[in-house]
Each structure stands twice: as structure tokens, then as C-alpha cells.
Unconditional design. Structure first.
Length: 256
């Protein structure tokens, strides 16, 4: 995608990477709509950042997604970029069903079903735009897992292969599929992330992402340098060593 001249809807962008991306895209001359569940956060974003539109949406609720998509498209019929950003990450103990099942269901519903439902609502519209993009968000942990977050790892691996598969199906249409693959970034995704020495500062991450998009608008994957350690561990023949290093360096899960 080009970094200016777009109209983007970013559900799940009331904080962290999503909000930082929204603000940076606005600075680059894009029209940005931020989506989220909490109306007080949306109101604060609208007040603090004039020009950003907001939309209440609960990506766990299909009816909410349908209603929100209709409202967004009514206000912004030129929308050409969807960034399904909402996601959660939780530590789980799979040795005890009581310690993981409910969490795992929540993670899969949020991180996999949410993006699928969002894409389903917008795909017809996007195919009618001359230059459209779906920018998915996976993780370095889609390629090299962290022991304590099994469902998160699996959900992001699903997003990676969903992106690859949709790129094949939508070949020949106006819709481009791109995948943002973050490393650990200093946000509130999990307790301790914001203070983790292993996580990349948020501003540095966004700076590099925008530079990569500007340098190659057609990139299949947007990979900051720090995530390549995870993304290509198996290609380098170092999968087991990187898994062990992740667990030893950050055994409590602060390594998205």
C-alpha cells in the first residue's frame, strides 16, 4: 500500500501498535477511522486527535461488525484499506484444562474469527476500489513459538496462512494482501510488555514500519529487522536454538 492518499479503517486501534499506526498514517495525509469497543477511549482519541474518525465496534460480535461496517462505509465510501488490528495475548498452562480452555477460546475468537469476520464484511467493497489493501497483523511468534502462549502463537500462524491463501484467491483483483509481522513491542499487550528490555520501543517500531512501506509499497510482509530473528529461525536451521533462547530470556511471555 502507498503510505498516503488512503482511507483506512483500523478496528482495535484504541491503544498500542494500532493507535500509533493510526496517528502516523494520519500524519502522512490519510483519512483514518479508528475502531474499538470502549466509547470513552474513542471519544478521547477524537478529542485529542482532530480529523481522526472513530467507530464503536466489537469484533467478537458479528452483529456489531455488520452494523459498524455499514456505518463506516456510509461515511467513507472511498475506504480502500482495512487493518484488522484487534488482538489479545495470554499466558496459558495446557497441563490443566481449567487453566487454559476459556483463555484459548477467547484468543482464537479475537485473533482469528475477528479478522475473518471483518474481512468478510469489507471484501466486496474493497474489490470495487481501484487500489485496495488488507493489512493483516501476525507476529514473529507465528514462526517461532513462545512456550507460555500456545493459543496466541497458533492464532498468529493462522493469520499468516490466511493472508497467504487470500493473496492467492484475490490474485487478479484490485485487493492487495500485506502482512505486518511485529516482534515484541513495548505496549500493554501482556503484563510487563511495556517495561520489557526484550521489547522494541513503540516509536522505533512505527518509524521502521512506515519506512519499509514507503520503500516497498508492494511488500508481502512488513518485517522490521528485529523480527527476522524469529521469522527466519527455521530457514536458518536455528529453530530449536531460538525457541530455547526465547524461553530462557523471557520465560513469562514478554516476547510477542
Amino acid at each position: 500500500m502507498h503510505i498516503s492518499g488512503n482511507t483506512l479503517f483500523i478496528p482495535g486501534a484504541t491503544s498500542g501498535i494500532g493507535l500509533a499506526l493510526a496517528l502516523r498514517f494520519q500524519e502522512k495525509g490519510n483519512t483514518v477511522i479508528v475502531g474499538g469497543r470502549r466509547e470513552e477511549l474513542l471519544a478521547r482519541i477524537a478529542a485529542e486527535h482532530p480529523g481522526i474518525d472513530t467507530q464503536r465496534i466489537d469484533t467478537l460480535d458479528p452483529a456489531s461488525i455488520r452494523a459498524a461496517s455499514a456505518e463506516v462505509l456510509a461515511r467513507h465510501p472511498d475506504l480502500n484499506v482495512l487493518v484488522p488490528m484487534a488482538g489479545i495475548m495470554r499466558a496459558e498452562n495446557w497441563r490443566n484444562p481449567a487453566g487454559f480452555l476459556e483463555s484459548a477460546e477467547d484468543v482464537i475468537a479475537t485473533n482469528v474469527l475477528g479478522p475473518i469476520r471483518l474481512i468478510a464484511e469489507f471484501i466486496e467493497h474493497l474489490q470495487g476500489r481501484p487500489d485496495a489493501t488488507i493489512l493483516t497483523v501476525s507476529s514473529g511468534l507465528a514462526f517461532t513459538p513462545l512456550r507460555v502462549t500456545p493459543s496466541y502463537n497458533a492464532s498468529k500462524a493462522a493469520i499468516h496462512l490466511l493472508t497467504e491463501s487470500l493473496r492467492l484467491q484475490l490474485k487478479g483483483t484490485s485487493v492487495r494482501l500485506q502482512e505486518l509481522v511485529p516482534p515484541a513491542v513495548r505496549t500493554d499487550l501482556m503484563p510487563g510488555h511495556r517495561e520489557s528490555a526484550h521489547a522494541m520501543p513503540l516509536d522505533e517500531f512505527i518509524d521502521e514500519v512506515m519506512a519499509l512501506l514507503e520503500a516497498d509499497p508492494e511488500a508481502r510482509e512488513i518485517l522490521v529487522e528485529r523480527v527476522e530473528f524469529l521469522r527466519y529461525s527455521e530457514v536458518r536451521g536455528e529453530f530449536d536454538q531460538v525457541v530455547a533462547a526465547l524461553d530462557a530470556a523471557d520465560p513469562h511471555g514478554n516476547a510477542a
